[in-house]
Structure formats: C-alpha cells, structure tokens
Design a protein around this ligand. Structure first.
Ligand SMILES: Cc1ncc(COP(=O)(O)O)c(C=O)c1O
Length: 404
C-alpha cells in the first residue's frame, strides 16, 4: 500500500488533526545547548521524588491496598481521591460531591471528553483569542466550527457570531498562552454572555493555584454556582490537574460539573480507556493529602522568582516596539512584536541562529491569527539561562526590525 492509500482510508476528522508546534519542538529538548523558553514543562529538578517513592511504597506495601492499586479502577475514579477532591474544591468555593467528579488522565483527556460529549461536526465552539493549543487539537478532532468567545453580552459582533454555538472554552487563571487572568467582573460578564447564548462553558483550571501576586478570584464554576444555587443547576464544567503542582507523569486530572454531565462523561471514559490507573490515583492521593500545600508554596516560590527575572530581562533586552504581558501567575509571557513581524519566523530563526526555543503565536488561534506574537515560558530554564535567552532573542528581534 502506498502513502496515498492511507490518506484515502483515514477518517475525515483526521484532516483537521495536525502535529502541534509545541510537541514537535519538545523533540528538540535533548539537543545540547538550547535555552528552552518554549514549552510549559514543569522543572523536573523540583519533582517530589521522595514523596512519590514513599507513597508508592505505602500503597504497595500493604496487601489489601496493593490489590486495589493493581486492579482495574472504577471508571468514575478512585473513590477516596474523589472524596478528597470534593473537599479541595470546597476550599476553592465549590460545594460538590463525588457524583460531580470524574477522574481523568490529565486535564488534556478532560478537554477531549468534553469535546466528544458536545461537538458534532460543524457545531460552534467558542474560544478565547488566543487560546490553549492543546484544547484546539482536542476540539479539532470533533470537527468544530470555531468562533470567539464574547467577553460580555455587550460584545455584539461576537454575540451575533456565537448564536447557535454549543460550547465555550476559557482558562480564566493565567491563561496559556498569554499568562493573563480574568478579573471577577470579567468572569461575571462571561457568565452573562454564556447564559444569553445558552452554551455550556468549559473552564480550564490548570493554573488556578499558581498565583505569585494579587488575590485569588473565584472560578467561573464557583461564581456560577453562587448564581444558580449549586453546580448541578449551572452551565460550567471545570477541569483541574496535578500536572503543574505535583507531576505530570502520573496523569491525574479531574472534571467537576453537574451530575448528569458527569454520568455521560463516565460513559465516554469507559469507552475510551476504562479508567485512570488506580495505582497512580492512590499514589497521588497519598502525596497531595498532606503535601499539596507545600508543593504549591514551592512552585509559587520558584516560578514566581523566574517570572520576575524574565520580566526584568525583557525590560533590559527587548528592542522598541515589542510589548509583553505581566502575568500574576502561571508559566507564560506573551509577546507582541511590531506589526508585520512574524512570530513564527522569529521562533524558527531564534532556534537556528541563537539556540533559543520559543513558540510563534499563530498556532494559538484557530482562525484569524495575530502573527506578530510569540509565547515564552519561564517554567523550565534557570533564571540565568532565561536571561541569556532573552538577551539573544532581543538581539535577533532588533536585527529583524531592520530587515536583517
Ligand atoms: C491550559 C492547559 N490545560 C490543560 C493542559 C494539560 O495538562 P495535563 O493533561 O497534564 O493535565 C495544559 C498543559 O500544559 C495546559 O496548559
């Protein structure tokens, strides 16, 4: 069979599924000498290796617990972890019970499942401008028709374009890719817009805990529950993850939402992979039940210092005409280059000419890309390396600005 034959046999949805720029770039991680300001990988130097080893020993060291850990888990998730998460979400202002929670293989799986539940080919899917590339890749597979999520009901063009859409997706806390955070009035306005459009709203809480300054803002889920009297009456489905606060490799994420929606998502989970690993869920529970606060404090200390250092380096080294966000949390800074300068081309040249990995902004838009943008992450490189990377990037952008 030739390559051409394979193309004929693939499902139509695969025409929308393309390799992500970021995943492709991750293949370069091994190349020596590269300064990584591209992907938002947590720094492995701070993974809680000993806590995970102790937890694994406890879980497997006792016969009964080991039997549970090594068996198929319930599709809904390991009940003690769900009970713990119900308490944790309660501490974030969300009253919920185990029937409102599904454990997933990371929050990426949650994005896929929610897409699968709501989107038929051609259905309207409203996203922020720009938005998380991994979410676009998940929704692409359901052949969604993209539009922009209105900021409020007063956002008339977006409201008109969004009529008939089914689902909206937003990351209100320290968005990937811009690092910006929605204020409480902005959240209220988004909920008003969602209500007027009659859409479900998927809230990505990936970075909710990674705040370095300012005060916490309640999640869309919490605000909606206050309005409607509880999450079962609301339109928000929330996804969280331990990937950025504990480790990504155990692949433990969760969905919180109205019980009828969770029941449907459990059916999808059964069809997809039966269940998330019981062993991983049990290890994660052991780690987080006494340790999450300390890990969050540690992550805030490290990434907060790296953010400060990156912002200072940008101020020191970026040429005139380049502006950037000043995130209060998360892992990303978003650069806007002078009009007409291509962030994707700058990213390619940064890698080839300066050994610096960054991501061009265009891939964070499903339509109508602002090409003069670029995402930087301050999670992985040391402060010293990041400063050097920004210096090299600034010099490259200065050369590009004069046509070199
Ligand atoms: C906004 C956002 N959502 C979801 C994910 C997926 O994370 P995980 O599947 O590891 O929970 C990421 C990963 O970077 C992310 O940035």
């Amino acid at each position: 069979m030739t390559v051409q034959d394979w193309e004929r046999l693939y499902a139509s949805r695969m025409s929308r599924v393309v390799a992500s720029d970021i995943r492709e770039r991750m293949k370069l991680l091994g190349r020596p000498g590269i300064i990584h300001l591209g992907g938002g990988l947590p720094d492995p130097a701070f993974f809680p290796r000993a806590a995970i080893a102790d937890a694994a020993a406890r879980v497997l060291g006792e016969a009964g617990s080991a039997r549970t850990a090594l068996q198929y888990a319930a599709s809904e998730g390991h009940r003690p972890l769900k009970d713990w998460l119900a308490g944790y979400m309660g501490s974030l202002g969300v009253a919920c019970g185990p029937d409102n929670i599904l454990i997933t293989n990371g929050s990426q799986q949650a994005l896929d499942f929610v897409g699968r539940l709501f989107l038929s080919p051609g259905d309207g899917m409203l996203v922020e401008r720009p938005t998380f590339i991994g979410a676009l890749r998940a929704f692409d597979a359901y052949e969604a028709r993209y539009g922009w999520l209105p900021a409020s009901p007063a956002d008339r063009p977006a409201m008109a374009a969004g009529r008939g859409a089914k689902l909206g997706y937003a990351g209100p806390d320290f968005r990937n890719p811009t690092g910006t955070c929605m204020t409480r009035p902005e959240r209220e306005a988004l909920l008003d817009a969602a209500a007027e459009l009659g859409i479900a709203l998927l809230e990505d809480g990936c970075y909710e805990k990674l705040r370095y300054e300012g005060s916490d803002v309640p999640s869309l889920l919490a605000l909606e529950a206050q309005r409607t009297g509880g999450i079962d009456q609301g339109r928000v489905i929330y996804t969280g993850t331990f990937s950025k606060t504990v480790v990504p490799s155990l692949r433990v994420g969760w969905i919180v939402g109205p019980a009828p929606v969770i029941r449907k998502l459990v059916l999808i989970k059964q069809a997809s992979d039966l269940a998330t690993s019981a062993l991983n869920q049990m290890i994660m529970l052991e780690v987080v039940k006494d340790g999450l606060d300390g890990l969050v404090r540690q992550a805030r200390g490290i990434y907060g210092a790296r953010r400060d250092s990156m912002l200072q380096a940008l101020a020191d080294h970026m040429p005139a005409g380049v502006s950037w966000t000043r995130p209060e949390g998360g892992l990303y800074v978003w650069l806007t280059l002078p009009p007409g300068m291509d962030g994707g081309l700058a990213a390619e040249r940064a890698l080839a000419e300066a050994d610096v990995s960054v991501v061009g902004g265009a891939s964070f838009y499903p339509i109508e890309s602002d090409r003069n943008t670029m995402r930087l992450s301050f999670s992985l490189a040391s402060e010293e390396d990041a400063r050097e990377g920004i210096r090299r990037l600034g010099a490259l952008l200065a050369r590009m600005a004069v046509g070199q």
